[in-house]
Design a binder for this molecule. Structure first.
Ligand code: G3P
Length: 217
């Protein structure tokens, strides 16, 4: 299973990449705003240099023509760029056009199996179902992942599933259990994935015993 990091924070990306936990990066306009850099193409280029794997940058246009123009521009920033396109009617048109140009598209803001099916047919290299936001409105985000996995398997789609809007470790573990190709994980969730209170408790007990042993010498 591949781990993408869902952030535009270069320091966090560098740290997680050094641990071998970063196969790619996803950004969106909100994450770019959080990073506080207005030179977004330059930032994407720097991220690509660190990651040496797929890095998603999102288009802002809402019409197909605008998305295609923006996507073509973004694709020139670096060979690792994946163009994030919103899953709308115009997004479908733009995805088909960009895919025909050989540009990798990440279909974002996917909330239903029908959206994932159409974006795969349009030629998206990746789809990003937002599990946390579905959970937020009392829907079952992980059920959507299961449905998309099944549909893609039925028809041998090559589109990879990026589980997005990941909020906690269970989202990642369930994604792995279901066989999703990728989870895009915020840096704080990477920390939570490795943490366990019994590990901390066990370590504290080992160290306390070790100190006692040294004091008894
Ligand atoms: O990858 C999509 C992600 O950035 C959205 O996450 O937590 O804002 O729903 P969230």
């Amino acid at each position: 299973m591949k781990f993408f990091i869902d952030t535009a924070d270069l320091d966090a990306i560098r740290e997680i990449k050094a641990m071998g936990m970063c196969d790619g990066v996803t950004t969106n306009p909100s994450l770019m705003a959080k990073a506080g850099r207005t030179d977004t193409d330059a930032l994407l280029k720097e991220i690509c240099r660190v990651v040496q794997g797929p890095v998603s940058g999102e288009v802002i246009a809402l019409d197909a023509e605008g998305m295609v123009a923006e996507g073509r521009r973004l694709a020139k920033v670096d060979d690792h760029i994946v163009v994030k396109v919103p899953t709308t009617y115009d997004g479908l048109k733009a995805t088909a056009a960009l895919a025909a140009d050989g540009i990798a598209v990440n279909a974002t803001l996917v909330f239903s199996a029908s959206q994932a099916l159409l974006m795969a047919k349009a030629g998206a290299a990746y789809v990003s179902p937002f599990v946390g936001r579905l959970d937020d409105v009392s829907e079952d985000g992980m059920q959507l992942i299961e449905d998309i996995c099944q549909i893609y398997e039925n028809y041998d789609f090559e589109t990879e599933i990026i589980v997005a809007s990941v909020r906690h470790p269970i989202h990642v573990v369930e994604s792995a259990r279901l066989g999703a190709h990728i989870a895009t994980i915020p840096p704080e969730v990477v920390r939570k994935l490795v943490a366990h209170p019994l590990t901390d408790k066990g370590l504290a007990a080992f160290l306390a015993d070790w100190r006692k042993l040294q004091e008894g010498r």
